[in-house]
Structure formats: structure tokens, C-alpha cells
Design a protein around this ligand. Structure first.
Ligand code: PLP
Length: 385
């Protein structure tokens, strides 16, 4: 199998699996229990928080463990909005956010009477900064823009966004789920006020994530119960998952430069090879800064879903931007926001690599994809057959 869908999820690193197993077999105690085995678990939990804070350049008190990136985004958007409604009910985000951000925004609009401005992006998929400056109002309480897009890999100008928002006294949340492990993420130098992450996107275990929240920033707990995570996220801590996440983050950061160089060389070879071999292909996000592992292309006159099925028959796992909701295929909202027409957006494919990929993997895709496209174009009602 050739796995090129690492933006969906990554294979846990062997050291991560070992660490999770160790915590599940040796340190499975409830960190809140009143005996020494549990005290050890509690100590480990706080050591992990401190390590995580060091790796991301923030304070241990500013790290809150969650169950996934989606929960972290909900905690940031809804938690912050509910706690700060007295200051205003306007939020700014972008048109290209993940549903984990768009969903809470829609809920705040519908259920809580908030107004949300969705910032447009340019044709390369980068948020238009001038639009941000114009969108900020006296009742704007939060700006939330992702650090890197999951479909195109395009990196957003977070430091500029923070500068513009902070000049007007508005805090910034960033969904860094697709940035962590791919580019340096330094909370202190970025200057963000909240940041979401998810372990399974950087070779950690599924079911664990975190939210960084700057000290002093008020948020309302979305999950009430036993008062865990300083009363902001109740629920017995997933210590084994947290152990695995911290191990994964350590490994990702230690190898970041080396992996980025190798992965981007493979990604670029794949991109070049496709453009050389297949006519009528556009690279979405070309010319913008991109994370090293992501290649998003639109193959004109073909449907992404059909290419995926054919690739799968060769054991190649990739993804398309289309989302199949209740049997209806809708093209990617990200690609539409970048100005692609529906047909071109429907022909999109996303290859997302990891350090486990090899030159042979890339060569195999380059060997089979042109034939797949040629065959599908012959059957295509859109012409160019
Ligand atoms: N945000 C982005 C940018 C993502 O790509 C994803 C997952 O694809 C999420 C949030 C949600 O993360 P999780 O799967 O951990 O809930």
C-alpha cells in the first residue's frame, strides 16, 4: 500500500505506540485518585504538560488537554464567544477553515445570534489581509484563522493577522492542526492567544489533542463535570494518549528540518512529474507558501472521486476535496473560495506525504496516474476524451 493521505491521519510512530502501551499497562491509574500510584500518574500528567509547553513555547498553565482538534476548536470558538458576549457578538474567520471551525461559527450564528465575517482568500488560497483590517468592528471579539490549510497546505500569514487584530485589541485563535509537525510552531513568536492541535496529525495517537489558551483569556467550559483541566474541560484525563502525543511532538520537532527537506523534495518531484505527464492540470496553492507534504491538483475533465477509486485499485491512498454528504457530491469549499469553477474543483486530488514515503512511492503514482486520467477522460462527458 502507498499511503498518501497523511492530512487525514498519520501512522503512529513505533515509539508512540510503545509509550501508549506503557501507560496503558503500567500507569493506568486515575490521576485524581488518592494513593501513591495515582500521585505518580498525576505527576506524569503535569510533566507532560510542562514538556508540551516547552516544545511549543508557552506556559504549562496555558495547555489544556482535549480529545481531538475538533474539540479544541469548539472550546476556543464557542468557549471564548460564550464568555465574552458582553463585549460584542462579532467574530471573524476565513472561508477556507476546516469544518471544526466553521461548524462552531454557524452554531454561534444560529443559536446565539452572533455575526460572523468569513474572510475571502486570493487565488493562491491566502487570506486577504486588507479584508481583515476592514472587517474588524467595535463589537469584534475574536479572529480565528487557520495556520495551514488541510486541503491545499497553504500557510496563512498568522503573524500579520495577529499584528492587525492586536492593533485593534482583538485576540486571535489559530487552528494549527495541519501545521504542527510540518512547520515550526512557536506560540510566543506567533503571538496568538489560542491555538488548537491534534495528535493523530503528527504521528501521535487518535483521540487526544490540546488547546493553548493564553493566561487571563476568559473562556466558558463546554463540558461540565469533575473540574479537570482547571475546570475548563471535565473528564478523567487520557494519560496514555497524552503520553503518546507528547512523545510524537518531541519526535516531530526533533526531525522537523530533516523530514521537511526530504518530504518537500518528494512532493515537488510528484508535482513536476504530474505536470510533465498529464495535460490540463493545475496545482492549487502554487506560488503560495505551503507545508512541505501537501500537493493539491485539479485534473480538468475528470472527477476526483473516480480517480481515487482507480488509485485505490492500485493500492494508492489519496483524497479529494469533495465531501460526500447525504449521497450528494459537493465540491470543496476551499477550492471554490480560491475561485475555481465547480467542474475544476470536482477534479481535485490531494496527496499528503509523510517521512515514511519513498521515491518508489512517487514513481509508482507517476506510473499509474497518467493512464487513469487518460481512460477517465475518454469516458468523460466534459470532452477532452
Ligand atoms: N482542523 C483541521 C485544519 C483539520 O485538518 C482537522 C482534521 O482533518 C481538524 C481540525 C479536526 O481534527 P480532529 O480530527 O483531531 O478532530
Amino acid at each position: 500500500m502507498i499511503y498518501l493521505d497523511n492530512n487525514a491521519t498519520t501512522k503512529p510512530a513505533p515509539e508512540v505506540v510503545e509509550e501508549v502501551m506503557r501507560y496503558m499497562t503500567e500507569r493506568w491509574f486515575n490521576p485524581s485518585s488518592p494513593y501513591s500510584a495515582a500521585f505518580e500518574a498525576k505527576k506524569d500528567l503535569e510533566d507532560f504538560r510542562a514538556k508540551m509547553a516547552r516544545l511549543l513555547s508557552c506556559d504549562p498553565e496555558e495547555i489544556f488537554f482535549t480529545s481531538c482538534g475538533t474539540e479544541s476548536d469548539n472550546m476556543a470558538l464557542k468557549g471564548y464567544a460564550l464568555a465574552n458576549m458582553d463585549k460584542g457578538k462579532h467574530i471573524i474567520t476565513s472561508e477556507i477553515e476546516h469544518k471544526a471551525v466553521l461548524g462552531p461559527c454557524r452554531w454561534l450564528e444560529k443559536a446565539m445570534g452572533f455575526e460572523v465575517t468569513y474572510l475571502p482568500v486570493d487565488s493562491k488560497g491566502v487570506v486577504i489581509l486588507d479584508e481583515l483590517a476592514e472587517a474588524i468592528r467595535s463589537d469584534t471579539i475574536l479572529v480565528s484563522v487557520m495556520a495551514a490549510n488541510n486541503e491545499t497546505g497553504v500557510i496563512q500569514p498568522i503573524e500579520d493577522i495577529v499584528r492587525i487584530a492586536h492593533e485593534r485589541g482583538v485576540p486571535v485563535h489559530t487552528d494549527a492542526v495541519q501545521a504542527i509537525g510540518k512547520i515550526p510552531v512557536d506560540i510566543a513568536s506567533w503571538g496568538v492567544d489560542m491555538l488548537s492541535g491534534s495528535a493523530h496529525k503528527f504521528h501521535g495517537p487518535r483521540g487526544v489533542g490540546f488547546l493553548f489558551k493564553k493566561k487571563g483569556l476568559r473562556i466558558t467550559a463546554l463540558i461540565q463535570g469533575g473540574g479537570h483541566e482547571r475546570k475548563l474541560r471535565a473528564g478523567t484525563e487520557n494519560l496514555a494518549g497524552i503520553a503518546g502525543m507528547v512523545k510524537a511532538l518531541e519526535i516531530a520537532i526533533a526531525n522537523l528540518d530533516e523530514h521537511a527537506a526530504r518530504i518537500s523534495a518528494l512532493r515537488d518531484a510528484l508535482e513536476r512529474g504530474i505536470l510533465e505527464r498529464i495535460p490540463y492540470v493545475v496545482v492549487n496553492g502554487a506560488g503560495a507558501p505551503r507545508v512541505p507534504n501537501t500537493l493539491n491538483i485539479s485534473v480538468k475533465y475528470v472527477e476526483g472521486e473516480s480517480m481515487l477509486l482507480d488509485l485505490d485499485s492500485y493500492g494508492i491512498c489519496a483524497s479529494s476535496g469533495s465531501a460526500c454528504t447525504s449521497g450528494e457530491l459537493s465540491p470543496s469549499h476551499v477550492l471554490l473560495a480560491m475561485g475555481l469553477d465547480h467542474a475544476t474543483a470536482h477534479g481535485s486530488l490531494r496527496f499528503s506525504l509523510s517521512h515514511e514515503n519513498t521515491e518508489e512511492d512517487i514513481n509508482r503514482v507517476l506510473e499509474v496516474l497518467p493512464g487513469i486520467v487518460e481512460r477517465l477522460r475518454k469516458l468523460s462527458p466534459f470532452g477532452k476524451g
